[in-house]
Design a protein around this ligand. Structure first.
Ligand SMILES: *Cc1c(COP(=O)(O)O)cnc(C)c1O
Length: 406
């Protein structure tokens, strides 16, 4: 097969299905190009991307500045491993800490690795600092959470689909209802190391907790000497109209996981942010990653963060999110049960009688909007944060008839 061979969408889908493991159920749209909020399939049809690769392309597809940083660094020095130092890592740390107000960074690649890293730090902190007896450290998480796909992470998932067939599971996790601070307090024991929580549950169906929940959680964690880990991999870096979703309640977690938009979608880059007092538990050899902190990852992340600031994407997410949500609320639909979200992380939950969100996503696709169902009954609208008011209005004109269909 040559690069010049032109394959149709149908051919490409057939190839994927013949040779690939079937661990996804994608919409059958085969994309070959993207720019800003727009993507094109191999037949040249244009779509407005309302998923943004689960919020990894907050800066828009193929952002020219991030592309330039990637190409320049790739041509100079892509990877050193952490066995040696590189000239991008220090400046990246400095810029990331200045932007977020955190003191220490652990660089990783995927979101799941950042979560694993935070959990390892919390356990080690429990033994070294809190004085929990060996192998007793507990982690509390929430029903409906999503934090990735490793065995330890699915060990604290409440979603049967994510767990079935993958046991035996990692011990040491307890689940409490999301949004219920009293349940958290009741679950804390003297051996609890940490509570891990998404400020808004993205994969769980865009679930926004009650006002004041995160503030209460912060108070409880402080009171009981438990680390608060905020998983901001999806909600962070501007998505909800603040740099971090925890900022809406002025909550400062002990550890924050970020990923996805940290690279603007070009490359897997993730990190754990925290204080030296907690992340200082890692000593040489106790944790690592071949690609984490590579010069390429650092150069891409530095530019992706600068774009976020220079283009005020956080402010735009707040303004466009408000507009998008207000326009959605004007749509007359017999199917909509609830519209919720923050900034440009918006969920439209349909009534059970609507027959599931999937057919609505198929209908949206036919009208030029790519969105994905989450948790059967909810359509997520999360376009790149570069979206304009006209583009939001363009989207609403197409969403309205779909939500009104029989
Ligand atoms: C996507 C996501 C992850 C996992 O990130 P991967 O890069 O897919 O491993 C973890 N936590 C949250 C909240 C996410 O949305």
């Amino acid at each position: 097969m040559t690069l010049l061979e032109r394959l149709s969408s149908r051919d490409l889908i057939e190839l994927e299905d013949r040779h690939g493991a079937q661990n996804y159920h994608p919409l059958d749209v085969v994309l070959s190009r993207g720019e800003g909020v727009w993507v094109w399939d191999v037949e040249g049809t244009r779509y407005l991307d309302c998923l943004s690769a689960y919020s990894a392309v907050n800066q828009g597809h193929a952002h020219p500045r991030i592309l330039r940083a990637l190409v320049e660094q790739a041509g100079r020095l892509p990877l050193t491993s952490r066995a040696f130092r590189n000239d991008q890592l220090g400046p990246y740390y400095r810029e990331l800490c200045a932007l977020t107000g955190h003191e220490t960074v652990v660089p990783m690649n995927t979101g799941a690795e950042a979560v694993e890293t935070a959990l390892k730090a919390a356990r080690k902190w429990a033994y070294d600092v809190k004085g929990v007896p060996e192998d007793q450290a507990g982690i509390i998480a929430c029903d409906g959470n999503f934090a990735g796909r490793t065995i330890s992470i699915v060990s604290f998932s409440s979603e049967p689909l994510y767990r079935a067939g993958f046991g035996p599971f990692t011990p040491g996790f307890t689940l409490v209802p999301y949004g219920d601070a009293d349940a958290l307090e009741a679950a804390i024991t003297p051996t609890t190391a940490a509570f891990i929580v998404e400020p808004i549950q993205g994969e769980g169906g865009v679930i926004v907790p009650p006002e004041g929940y995160l503030r209460r959680v912060r108070e409880l964690c402080t009171k009981h000497d438990v680390l608060l880990i905020a998983d901001e991999i999806q909600t962070g870096l501007g998505r909800t109209g603040r740099l971090f979703a925890g900022d809406h309640e002025d909550v400062r977690p002990d550890l924050v996981t970020i990923g996805k938009a940290l690279s603007g979608g070009f490359y897997p880059v993730s990190a754990v942010l925290g204080s030296a007092g907690v992340l200082g538990v890692f000593t040489p050899g106790s944790h690592g990653s071949t690609f984490g902190g590579s010069p390429l990852a650092c150069a891409v992340a530095r530019e992706a963060l600068r774009v976020l600031v220079d283009e005020d994407l956080v402010g735009n997410a707040a303004a466009m999110g408000e507009h998008f949500m207000a326009r959605l609320r004007e749509v007359a639909s017999p199917h909509v049960r609830e519209i919720r979200g923050r900034g440009l992380l918006i969920g439209v939950e349909l009534r059970p009688e609507a027959g599931g969100a999937r057919r609505f996503c198929e209908a949206l696709r036919a009208r030029g909007i790519l969105a994905k169902e989450t948790h059967v009954d909810t359509i997520r609208f999360a376009p790149p944060l570069v979206i304009t008011r006209d583009e939001v209005d363009w989207a609403i004109e197409r969403i309205a008839p779909v939500l009104a269909m029989a």
